[in-house]
Every structure is written in C-alpha cells, then in structure tokens.
Design a protein around this ligand. Structure first.
Ligand code: ARG
Length: 460
C-alpha cells in the first residue's frame, strides 16, 4: 500500500509513493538499534556543525544553536527520552527532524557536506570506542578477581591435569593467575584494536568526498580521533572490516574465559569437589530435591559460544561485498550491539562468580596422589647424578613395581612462572598498566566531549 502520509519523514522523500511493507522491511531493526547511536550521532553532528561554521558554510549563531540542541538531544537520549519513529527510519533522520522542529532553518542547514553513509560510520566508531573501553573495564575487573583469588589461594595444592588426567602438582594460585595473564594480553590487544578505529571518517560523505573545502582535520580533532581516515573510499570499505576485528577480539576474550568456565564446571562437581559456588549462585531442580546446579557457569559458557555465533553472523554479512556503501551493512548493527551488551553482562557476572568461590583445601589435597610427583622424583635422581633418561626409567620401574613413594619435598628449585615463583606482584603491575591506559583514554575522551559541546559558551 503506498503511504503518502510518511513521505516528508524520510530525508530522501521527494513526493513519490512509498510501499509501506517494503519501507518497514528496509527500516528493519534500526528504530531500536539506532537509539543506542543517538548520543554518538549527536556528537558527530556537533563536530560537523562547528566545522561548517569554521569554513563559513554555516552561520556562527546557527552553529551555536545546533551544538546546544545536539547536547540536549544527547542528554535526552541518555535519559531514555529520545524516540525514533518507523517513518523516520533511523537516528540520523530523527535527529535532523528534531533540530528542524526546534531551530527551524538551522536544522535544515546541518546536512551540508555529509551523507548518512559517513554519518553512521562516525556514530558507530564513537560508540565502539566507548563500548570497547567498557568491555576493557569488565575484563580488567575479572582479571583482578582472578588475581585476588590466586593470591588468596597461592599455595593451595591441586593436581595439574593434561588430557584431564593427573599430570604434575599444581596450585590454585597457578590456576587463577593464568586467567589474569590471558586477560591482560587481551587488554594489550584492545589497545591495538582501538588504534585501528582511531581515524575520523567524517567528510567522506557518500564515499567520494564533496566539492567543498571541508576541514576534516578539525572534525577529527573535535571528536578526539588521532587522524583523519584519508581515503574516502576506504571509509565505506572499512565498515564490516572493523566490526569483524571487534568480534574477533571478543571471541579471543571468550577463548580465555571459557577455559576457566569449563574448569569451574568440572572442579565444582561432587566427584572433584575442589571448588564450590555460593549457594545463592546455584539453581535447583524441579524434580530432584537435592540438586544445587551450576547453571550460571553453564550459561556463561553458552554465552561464549553465542559470541562466536555473533562473530559468524557479522562475518557472513560483511564479507563478499564490492567496494563502497551497500545497505547490507545496516544489518551489522544488531549482532555487534548484541555482542557488546551480552559480553559486558557475562564479564560482570563471571567476576561475581570468581569473587564468590570457595576452595575445599582437603578435597583438592586428597586428589594430589603420589603419581603427580613422578617427574619431580626423576629430577631429584638427576640432581644425584643420573641422566634424565635413566632417572625417568628408574621412576617408571618403581611405579610399575608398586614401589613408588616419592619425597614430595624433593624439588625445591623454582623458575619464573612455576607454582613456587608465581610473581603475582609483576602480574599485578602488568594489570595496573592496562587499567591505567584505559583510564587515561577515558578521561581524554570525556574532556574532548565536554569541549565539543561547550562551543556556544566559549567561542562567544
Ligand atoms: N541505516 C543506514 C545504515 O546503517 C544508514 C545509512 C543509510 N544510507 C543509505 N545510503 N541508505 O547503513
């Protein structure tokens, strides 16, 4: 059914009829996903308006009014009060309509020299920057929880397993610190990921620039980017590539996390009983009165699989497109936003789980049977002069003959990273370095945002 009533609502409406069902289909999930982008589009638009004024393509009074109103829009959106109608399609249209309603002519002047194609990428990039720092904080908090657990249980013995079979003596200190170190490495990778995204797309317009003297360096600086994304074609070509880089990083984080989750599912069983979850974190069975299940751990593990699924979705939508803008790219928003939201929630819940863990020292100690010390005993024979190969055979013979009674304290030497030389202070210092750069980046960006929106007050 043609719908002439909504024509004026779209930025591209030019008096032609519009099929209602197809329109709804093309809008898709944007009415919901774009609500997240409103504060970021407001920032991108404020930078664009200030830049237009600086090159004389927008009156200074108009620019000031626009920046003030865009700040009000940002605040309204953050308070949950901004809405996008389906006729308006997306946040870009809704924001321009709002500006025009409030300011009249000034609102009609802001879209000079840009396209929704570069507008959406700048909004997305600002959102990713913030969302990635939030995830970074979540990772750092989880890494700290593991480190605290490791320090508190530094010398508590447990078997170390390979192939899920008893291998060598280990400790809960060694177990916990492994995840701090893995997560710290992901924070290092986050720095590199943010550097990839640290280029301003504004000014590339539909993907081919515009014949206007836009000051791209100014918008870049106003928005706290380190550089302009020079190639206007690569701006569009990088949509999808950047999303995929983000999802690949998130799945690498999941790789660290899910090993700990698997271990928890195992070590909290009745059979192992090394660790237990707080009662409040367990769930019951509708039929078996005795059950206290680790559903939270299993759902967290499932969430890691879900993240990989979202990465796959992003990959399938993003790959195989030719250069430049294609509407397919709109579909990336939903899986990427879901990955951020569900990833952040999972990190927060997992941190609480780690903070709530108790170690059953007796159960873990009882599982440390003599065979764990076989290799250590061979090393002791080496210290007495045997070659390792002969020592290995001697111990194997003792075990086969049922005569293996190791001296559990035979090995006292330690090397970096072994259970007797964990070096937790260094692990802590490494984690502190990661949290420091996140904090610095955050305060740099928040100062930039304040400066961006105080245009009217200072440039009087
Ligand atoms: N919602 C669109 C997207 O996410 C905004 C850009 C629209 N551009 C266009 N040429 N139709 O891609």
């Amino acid at each position: 059914m043609p719908n002439e009533k909504n024509e004026a609502a779209q930025l591209w409406a030019k008096g032609l009829p519009l099929d209602e069902a197809v329109h709804r289909f093309t809008v898709g999930d944007d009415v919901a996903t774009d609500l997240i982008l409103v504060p970021f589009d407001a920032a991108g638009s404020a930078a664009h308006a200030r830049m237009l004024a600086s090159i004389g393509l927008l009156g200074m009074e108009d620019a000031k009014a626009l920046v003030a109103e865009l700040k009000a829009i940002r605040d309204l959106a953050q308070a949950g009060g901004f809405t996008i109608s389906s006729a308006q399609e997306d946040c870009h249209t809704a924001i321009e309509a709002h500006l025009t309603r409030k300011l009249g002519e000034a609102g009609r002047r802001i879209h000079l020299g840009r396209s929704r194609n570069d507008q959406v990428i700048v909004a997305l990039r600002l959102f990713y920057r913030k969302a990635l720092l939030d995830i970074g904080d979540g990772i750092a908090a989880l890494a700290q929880a593991f480190l605290d657990f490791s320090a508190a249980n530094q010398h508590v013995q447990m078997p170390g397993y390979t192939h899920l079979r008893r291998a060598m003596p280990s400790t809960f200190g060694l177990w916990g610190a492994a995840f701090t170190e893995g997560l710290s490495e992901e924070l290092e990778a986050l720095k590199a990921l943010l550097a990839r995204l640290d280029k301003c797309p504004l000014g590339s317009a539909a993907g081919f620039g515009v014949p206007l003297p836009l000051d791209r360096a100014l918008t870049s600086e106003l928005l706290g980017f380190s550089a302009v994304q020079r190639s206007v074609v690569d701006v569009q070509n990088s949509r999808g590539r950047h999303e995929l880089a983000i999802l690949h990083w998130l799945t690498s984080v999941a790789f660290v996390v899910e090993k700990a989750l698997w271990d928890l599912a195992l070590y909290t069983t009745e059979e192992f009983g090394f660790l237990s979850l707080p009662d409040a974190f367990t769930t019951g069975s509708s039929i078996m009165p005795h059950k206290r299940n680790p559903d939270v751990v299993e759902l967290l593990r499932g969430r890691m699989g879900e993240l990989r699924g979202l990465a796959h979705q992003v990959e399938q939508i993003a790959v195989g497109l030719p250069s430049n803008y294609h509407r397919d790219l709109q579909l990336l928003k939903k899986p990427v936003f879901a990955a951020f939201a569900r990833g952040a929630e999972a990190l927060d819940i997992f941190r609480q789980v780690i903070q709530g863990l108790t170690v059953n020292i007796e159960r873990a100690g009882a599982a440390c049977s003599d065979d764990l010390y076989a290799a250590e005993q061979a090393f002791d024979l080496v210290r007495q002069g045997l070659s390792f190969r002969d020592a290995y055979k001697a111990v194997a013979r003792q075990i086969q003959a049922g005569e293996f009674h190791p001296d559990r304290n035979a090995q006292v030497d330690a090397h970096t990273g072994s259970s007797t030389d964990l070096g937790l202070d260094e692990t802590q210092a490494g984690l502190d370095r990661q949290t420091a750069w996140i904090r610095e980046k955050r305060s740099f960006l928040s100062a930039r945002e304040t400066a961006l929106f105080t245009f009217g007050d200072t440039d009087g």
